[in-house]
Design a protein around this ligand. Structure first.
Ligand SMILES: [Zn+2]
Length: 160
């Protein structure tokens, strides 16, 4: 099988009948991220955690940089966080993103641990209303049938 580039896989491209560029890139799980993506497909956010020193990691690691333990497993997290930093894209070069521009690319800090970051768009909130410190909560976007990605939305209905 021939790889078609980062973020897409050959089998998905063939089912799209050459219209792959109209979809957001689909994650390709590897040994380290397989559990993460399987959970995401079931609308559950899990984050890798060292079972020795209890430090969370995202993206996943093969060895705990804090204590060198290899006892790393995935644990469910609250899905709550705040926007730590963000940028607004007005000139996307990929049709699936062009269709939603201007859109936000945010670094979300999860409440579970200082410095535990995830990268996300912030669907549902106009780009000019995004602020650092905005409380967000995880949601899941189905980019192709059965394949989801985590996306954080403003937690407006939840009092913080
Ligand atoms: Zn550790």
């Amino acid at each position: 099988m021939k790889r078609t580039g980062a973020g897409t896989s050959t089998d998905l491209k063939s089912t799209r009948a050459g219209k792959a560029e109209k979809y957001k890139p689909v994650p390709i799980p590897d040994e380290l991220t397989e559990t993460f993506w399987e959970s995401i497909n079931q609308r559950r956010l899990v984050i890798q955690r060292c079972q020795n020193c209890r430090t969370y990691y995202h993206p996943p690691v093969g060895l705990c940089p804090e204590c060198l333990s290899t006892e790393l497993t995935y644990e469910p997290v609250s899905g709550r966080g705040t926007i730590n930093s963000f940028t607004i894209t007005y000139d996307a070069r990929q049709p699936a993103f062009e269709a939603i521009q201007p859109y936000t690319v945010a670094i979300v800090e999860l409440v579970e641990q200082k410095g535990l970051f995830m990268l996300s768009n912030v669907p549902g909130t106009p780009a000019d209303e995004i602020r650092i410190g905005l409380a967000v909560v995880v949601d899941f976007e189905e980019i192709v049938p059965g394949r989801l990605i985590p996306q954080f939305r403003a937690a407006r209905s939840t009092r913080q």
